[in-house]
Design a protein around this ligand. Structure first.
Ligand SMILES: C[S@@+](CC[C@H](N)C(=O)[O-])C[C@H]1O[C@@H](n2cnc3c(N)ncnc32)[C@H](O)[C@@H]1O
Length: 366
C-alpha cells in the first residue's frame, strides 16, 4: 500500500507510523490537517500499551476514535499481537492512514473501520474500548457502555479540563450534571467528576464499575474503568459518589455523601483512583516512547494514598501565614502522626489521612 499523501514516517515507541507532515506537538492538539496526530499524547498511548500488556483477559479491543491508528497499532505491535484490534474513525482519510499503518507494521490483527463509533457499537461488543475525543467524551459514553462485554474495560480521555476543574462551572453542570469550583486540587475534582459521570451513566443500565487507573497529565484527564454487571453493583458504585465542600477562605475541605451547601463540588467519585494489583503488574518496558516518565508515574501512582483530595505545600504555607517548608520535612512531620504520600497531581502535593485541623497544626510546628 502506498503512503498517504502529505505524510511522513515517524517512530513512536517501537512502532513506525505514517502521520501527517503537519501535526500538533503540544497542548490539547489542533486539527491542523484533515487527520489528527499529536506527539504530546505519546505518554497517554504508552500508558495504554503498558495497561493492555497487563490485561490478558482482553481478547477483542476497539480504538473507537483512532485517527492515524497510532494507539491501536502500538498496542497490537508492542503488547498484544494476540488481540483482535479494531481501529475505527468516522473520517475516511483517517481510515486510509490506519490501513497504511497496519500495513507498514505488518500487524495482521488490526482491522480498519470507517464508521461513526455509535453505529459500530450498536452492532459489535468488545472487551476493551478506548475513547479519545476532541474535548469532552460525554456524547459518546452511552455508546461505549453499550459496546462493552461483561466485565469489559473502557479507557476514556477528557481534554475539557477547564469546565471539569472549575474554570467554567456552568459548562461542567451542563455537560456532566455536576457542580465544579476552582480549588488547589481542581484537577482531582475534575477527574472524579468525570468518573462520577461515567458511573451514573452505567447505573442507568444496571451496571457498576471499578476504577483500574485514573490520572491527570499535561492537558487531559484519563480513566480506565472495569464494568460490573447488575443492579446491586450499580448501587454499590453509586454509594461511592459524594461531594466535597471547599472553603477558599480557610482552605477547609469536608467530604460528605450528600450535597451540604450551594458550593458543594460534585457529585463525584470518592472511591479509589487505581487498582493497585493492576498497577503492580504494569511494567515500563524498554520499547516505550517516554519510558522514564512512565517509570516515574508508575511509582507515584503506586505510592499514592487512596484518600480523596490533597493539600498543596504552597497552600498550607499561605494558610499558616508562613513561607513554604521543604516538602521532605512536611512529609516527615505529617508522616509521624498518620499516613502520608505524594500525589501525581502536583509535585508539591501531599495526601494524608489526617484532618484539615491536624494538618494545619502540624504545619505550623515545622
Ligand atoms: C483526538 S482525535 C483521536 C486521536 C487518536 N486517538 C490518537 O491517539 O492519535 C479524535 C478522532 O475522532 C474522530 N471522530 C470524531 N467523531 C467521531 C465519531 N462520532 N465516530 C468515530 N470517530 C470520530 C475524528 O475524526 C478524530 O480523528
Amino acid at each position: 500500500m502506498s503512503s498517504p499523501e502529505g505524510s511522513v514516517i515517524i517512530r513512536e515507541g517501537s512502532t513506525e507510523l505514517y502521520v501527517p507532515e503537519l501535526h500538533s506537538n503540544k497542548g490539547p492538539g489542533k486539527r491542523i490537517g484533515r487527520v489528527f496526530f499529536n506527539d504530546q499524547m505519546s505518554f497517554n498511548r504508552d500508558v495504554s500499551v503498558m495497561l493492555l500488556a497487563s490485561s490478558p483477559k482482553v481478547r477483542t479491543a476497539l480504538d473507537a476514535m483512532a485517527a492515524t491508528g497510532v494507539r491501536a497499532i502500538r498496542i497490537a505491535n508492542e503488547a498484544r499481537p494476540d488481540v483482535h484490534m479494531v481501529a475505527n474513525d468516522k473520517d475516511a482519510e483517517a481510515c486510509a492512514y490506519i490501513e497504511a499503518n497496519a500495513d507498514l507494521n505488518s500487524t495482521g490483527n488490526v482491522e480498519a473501520s470507517n464508521e461513526d463509533l455509535r453505529c459500530l457499537l450498536a452492532k459489535r461488543v468488545f472487551d476493551y474500548i478506548d475513547l479519545d475525543p476532541f474535548g469532552t467524551p460525554v456524547p459518546f459514553v452511552p455508546a461505549v457502555l453499550q459496546g462493552l462485554k461483561r466485565s469489559g474495560m473502557a479507557g476514556i480521555t477528557a481534554t475539557d479540563t477547564a469546565p471539569l476543574a472549575g474554570t467554567y462551572p456552568k459548562k461542567c453542570a451542563r455537560r456532566y450534571g455536576a457542580f465544579s469550583q476552582r480549588s488547589p486540587f481542581g484537577h482531582e475534582t475534575g477527574l472524579r467528576i468525570l468518573i462520577g459521570h461515567i458511573a451514573r451513566e452505567a447505573a442507568k443500565e444496571d451496571k457498576g464499575l471499578d476504577t483500574v487507573l485514573s490520572y491527570y497529565a499535561d492537558h487531559y484527564m484519563r480513566t480506565f474503568v472495569r464494568m460490573r454487571e447488575g443492579g446491586a453493583e450499580a448501587d454499590r458504585t453509586l454509594e461511592r459518589l459524594g461531594f466535597i465542600d471547599y472553603d477558599p477562605g480557610t482552605g477547609c475541605r469536608t467530604v460528605s455523601p450528600e450535597r451540604s451547601s450551594a458550593r458543594s463540588i460534585g457529585p463525584l467519585w470518592l472511591g479509589p483512583l487505581h487498582d493497585h494489583e493492576t498497577l503492580d503488574s504494569m511494567r515500563a518496558g524498554e520499547g516505550l516512547h517516554r519510558r522514564s516518565r512512565c517509570e516515574k508515574y508508575l511509582e507515584l501512582w503506586r505510592g499514592e494514598l487512596e484518600v480523596p483530595f490533597f493539600y498543596d505545600n504552597d497552600e498550607l504555607a499561605s494558610l499558616s501565614r508562613t513561607s513554604p517548608r521543604p516538602l521532605g520535612a512536611v512529609l516527615e512531620a505529617l508522616g509521624a502522626c498518620g499516613r502520608v504520600s505524594r500525589t501525581h497531581f502536583s509535585p508539591t502535593g501531599i495526601r494524608t489521612e489526617l484532618s484539615y485541623r491536624e494538618v494545619l497544626d502540624i504545619y505550623k510546628t515545622i
